[in-house]
Ligand binder design. Structure first.
Ligand code: ZN
Length: 378
């Protein structure tokens, strides 16, 4: 049964993606831009039209200038201009495509977006190669190999889940920023993280035979949380767990002080014109110790915000988590908290702590994701 299931997953993936690259592919949005860009390759490349029928050979390191023009993509190369409704840049064997200061594996696809007079640059490559360009961006490459392997499986699962659940109309599966997973192509690859990807090749986390939504965060600060408290949706495998392994994280304990004037300004920027802040009240706590809601009484009105929205309004880099208490002073408010990130799923500093205590990646993953299996894709 299991083999059939995964065979079907693979078939689905091939139906979604028709670009002929070996393995299971992912489409990563690198850029949406209206200004012209240069694309080159260290071993030379062939530029195809979007049907893969017409191809123009370009010798190594010769630049191709790409721009948007009247609903089409124009490329200037070898002294000629070509106009197409889409382009694919494929490096010659053993080479990589160079774009925006970085080298990428796989191919680059350029498509026009007429509504905004610009074009999209999408990197299409097999998932294993993609992960090598993700891992060191998401976790320090100097960390224990078992923590790196746990992160590799979480990142791979995230990628498969996105590829499988994207609608067929979608032109890409993930972006290259922290909106998805940070991806920097070949330039971001490191020996240790590549080893972690290779040694866990094709393994993902599944629940009821589907890839899970493998959320992760920096530091839980003592307890992860049930997903419904953060996103309002229940996941059977994203459950609260007490974590005593992330205490060495620099984000384990923190304080943040902001003036009431500045906090009012940040609220106003997001459309909450409440005037001068008079009182702030925490409403309810999750089982993992996070604040559920915040009531802010201002001179003009009183508002109640979901704590995650409040964190984003204040700035998620400053108010590192919603696991905090707050004290109001005459001109300031001081937050004292623990952890960094949303607190759902894998705690990265906890994974590091567990690895250093001798736990293998399988135990680490099953500690942070409940009722899951580690399954091989093929
Ligand atoms: Zn933790």
């Amino acid at each position: 049964m299991k083999a059939i299931k995964y065979f079907l997953i693979i078939i689905n993936l091939f139906l979604i993606l028709t670009v002929p690259i070996s393995g299971t592919n992912i489409r990563v949005l690198l850029k949406k831009t209206s200004s012209s860009r240069y694309i080159t390759s260290n071993k030379g490349m062939i530029i195809y039209d979007s049907t893969w029928k017409k191809g123009v050979k370009v010798i190594a390191f010769r630049k191709a200038k790409v721009s948007y023009s009247r609903r089409k993509i124009e490329v200037y190369v070898n002294g000629k201009t070509y106009r197409e409704s889409g382009l694919i840049f494929k490096p010659k064997s053993g080479g990589n495509i160079h774009f925006n200061g970085k080298y990428y594996r796989g191919v680059l696809m350029i498509i026009p977006e007429s509504e905004n007079d610009r074009f999209w640059v999408i990197n299409i490559l097999d998932i294993e190669s993609y992960l090598k360009g993700v891992l060191a961006e998401e976790i320090p490459h100097s960390w224990h190999i078992e923590a790196l392997k746990a992160q590799a499986i979480a990142a791979r699962t995230y990628a498969y889940e996105k590829v499988l659940n994207n609608s067929s109309k979608s032109k890409y599966d993930v972006c290259s920023t922290d909106m998805s997973q940070v991806y920097g192509g070949v330039s971001s690859e490191r020996t240790s993280t590549t080893k972690a990807v290779n040694e866990t090749k094709n393994y993902i986390l599944t629940y009821k035979k589907r890839p899970i939504a493998a959320f992760f965060h920096s530091t839980c600060g003592g307890s992860t949380d049930d997903a419904e408290y953060v996103w309002g949706k229940k996941f059977s495998y994203l459950r609260r767990t007490t974590c005593k392994y992330c205490s060495k994280s620099p984000h384990s304990q923190w304080t943040y002080t902001i003036s009431l004037k500045e906090l009012s300004r940040r609220l106003l920027n997001k459309g909450y014109d409440i005037g001068y802040i008079k009182r702030i009240k925490m409403l309810g706590k999750t089982n993992g110790g996070r604040i559920k809601k915040i009531e802010i009484k201002g001179s003009k009105k009183t508002i109640t915000l979901n704590s995650n929205n409040f964190r984003i309004i204040v700035g998620a880099r400053y108010l590192k988590s919603t696991r905090f208490s707050a004290k109001l002073y005459r001109n300031n408010i001081k937050f004292t908290g623990s952890g960094f990130g949303h607190g759902i799923g894998l705690c990265q500093w906890g994974a590091k702590g567990m690895a250093e205590k001798g736990y293998k990646y399988q135990s680490i993953l099953k500690f942070y994701y409940k009722n899951v299996r580690i399954s091989k894709i093929k």
